[in-house]
Design a binder for this molecule. Structure first.
Ligand code: PLP
Length: 399
């Protein structure tokens, strides 16, 4: 027997399995609404024009030296402005401990490790449902997980009453993971008033909010508007943690560029926290990659390129919002007696359709439409060309 004879294959990732099956299907009508990446109206991946321009400017002008352990200082500075606000007093007062991270996933993991190291007895409350990787991240960081109510299967919206109860019933000073906007997989976000109530109750209970913001700008088309949840918590005086990612809103998926920040009481605490975050990163990957960070700092540091980026994010968000409308209208035109209002009420990349696993299997087997069995439709995979076909198939399997 060899060293690794006891190693069994790991379970397949449900999302990657969908893509594999899609690629293996030779039917010309096939549709992939499983992917979590933006596609244009021809179903093609997109490189933003602001990114192309940043790359032209960078070409030949950069070296390949290591970044500092905490990553690109300029990138981090610009990234914090997006979340905390251009004129944030917390940035001016140097109260935010922040490091460049390996995209949003890396930011979450670094935070989970930090939480485990300095508050080893703490737990994390995670919404039901959530992005599946959240469970893996806090599990591997060995932070015990609890859950809180979030989605209401009947209304296909927020279960606000149950959510508030769970916040109230959690022990004082609990850690909660919140999706800042465009909740994955449900597309269901609290309203502004509901965020205010959540923030108020967090204050009463002394809870800690860790925001995962993987879709800033992707929900409404306006990064300022999508940061509202965070701004409300900041106004109320919370010391938050935050994961940011440029995967979706700049289309930099494979560049792995993001930021982890922790708002501290004062500059002294922020310096200490940042040094510990760097110490956690050092034995894992030493320092983060340079190219994506340079793209981001070039774009956000130049007023014209930033303006172009804002325009392009809005184009992506608007296309998705338009496809929501088209999908709902098509279903209603076909005479579906079911309510499809949630398709347009939900926001961001995903629509939690309410279809059950058997209906999804039927879509795949009979109509060559590929998606995860929880009924999550990636709106980014819906196009003018396939929306009619998709609506018809959904209508047939939900009759
Ligand atoms: N958090 C949520 C809720 C997500 O949906 C995703 C991506 O799908 C991520 C984090 C992390 O993505 P990345 O690591 O590519 O930034």
């Amino acid at each position: 027997s060899s060293w690794w004879s006891s190693v069994e294959p790991a379970p397949k990732d449900p999302i990657l399995g969908v893509t594999e099956a899609f690629l293996a299907d030779s039917n010309p009508s096939k549709v992939n609404v499983g992917v979590g990446a933006y596609r244009d109206d021809n179903g093609k991946p997109v490189v933003l024009e602001c990114v192309r321009e940043a790359e032209r400017r960078i070409a030949g002008n950069s070296n390949m030296e290591y970044l500092p352990m905490g990553g690109s200082i300029k990138m981090v500075e610009e990234t914090l402005k997006l979340a905390y606000g251009e004129n944030s007093e917390f940035i001016k007062d140097k109260r935010i401990a922040a490091v460049q991270s390996l995209s949003g996933t890396g930011a979450c993991r670094l935070f989970a490790d930090f939480q485990k190291r300095f508050l080893p007895d703490s737990q994390i409350y995670i919404p039901v449902p959530t992005w599946a990787n959240h469970h893996n991240i806090w599990r591997d960081a060995q932070v015990p997980q609890r859950t809180f109510h979030y989605y209401h299967p009947e209304t296909k919206g927020l279960d606000f009453a149950a959510l508030m109860d769970d916040i109230k019933n959690a022990p004082n000073g609990s850690f909660f993971l919140l999706h800042a906007c465009a909740h994955n997989p449900t597309g269901v976000d609290p309203s502004e008033d509901q965020w205010r109530e959540i923030s108020y109750q967090f204050k009463v209970k002394g809870h800690f909010a860790f925001f995962d913001m993987a879709y800033q700008g992707f929900a409404s088309g306006d990064p300022e508007r999508d940061a509202k949840s965070i701004r409300i918590f900041l106004e109320d005086g919370h010391l938050i943690g935050l994961a940011q990612s440029f995967a979706k809103n700049m289309g930099l998926y494979g560049q792995r560029v993001g930021c982890l920040s922790v708002l501290c009481e004062d500059e002294k605490q922020a310096i200490a926290v940042k040094s510990q975050l760097q110490q956690l990163a050092r034995p894992m990957y030493s320092n983060p990659p340079v190219h994506g960070a340079l793209i981001v700092s070039t774009i956000l540091g130049d007023p014209d390129l930033k303006k172009l980026w804002l325009k392009e994010v809005k184009v992506m968000a608007d296309r998705i919002i338009g496809m929501r409308k088209a999908l709902r209208e098509n279903l209603e035109k076909l005479g579906s007696p079911l309510s499809w209002e949630h398709i347009t009420n939900q926001i961001g990349m995903f629509c939690y359709s309410g279809m059950n696993p058997e209906q999804v299997d039927k879509l795949t087997n009979e109509y060559h439409i590929y998606m995860t069995r929880n009924g999550r439709i990636s709106m980014a995979g819906v196009t003018t060309g396939n929306v009619g076909y998709l609506a018809n198939a959904i209508h047939e399997v939900t009759k």
